[in-house]
Design a protein around this ligand. Sequence first.
Ligand code: URA
Length: 206
Amino acid sequence: MEMIEFEHPVARDFVTRLRRKDASPARFRAYANRLSYLLAVEATRDLCTVPAEVQTPLESTLGEVLVDPPIIVPVLRAGLGMLEAFQDLLPDSQVAFIGMSRNETTAEPVFHYSSIPNVAGKKVIVLDPMLATGGTAAAVLEYLFDGKASEVILVSVVAAPEGIARLGVFDNLTVITVCVDRELDSNWYIRPGLGDFGDRLYSDGI
Ligand code: URA
């Protein structure tokens, strides 16, 4: 596993705005969306292009086009807050869904739904903004690597050291995050964190 702590002053500013407890769901969605554009630039840095002839208004020249764009997998529900930005930058990518929730007693992932296509030999970008215990992320990664995905980039906004450690067992995995926070609390919330990302996107929870 390779870990990238995304170093960018604008990204740090957006995470601080996301942390503010008085950010309304509308503001939270807007900041999450803008931050996701920055993260999408980082996550797509190593994509392959092929040369392509292009006709400008003045002459013909050689450009580049992306080939084999990655499959985007937002982990429901919080990952939906990052999807629009990734789709904007990768308009030809397939989007597949995987629904997991956390058993609030054991913190273990509970599988609900998947629409993942054949990922064999494919690069996959997983959107999972809060990497807490890493239980959900690990279950998603096992699913993708069992399906023979060639490489996975997991994009998060805030990560806990515990979650990062749990994903250390995976090869062909890059984890991108903006902030590595201090710890998980006894309810498996990331501290200082920003509360429940899904609730803050959609229902104004902590
Ligand atoms: N998921 C969240 O949305 N927030 C946390 O702090 C931990 C998991």
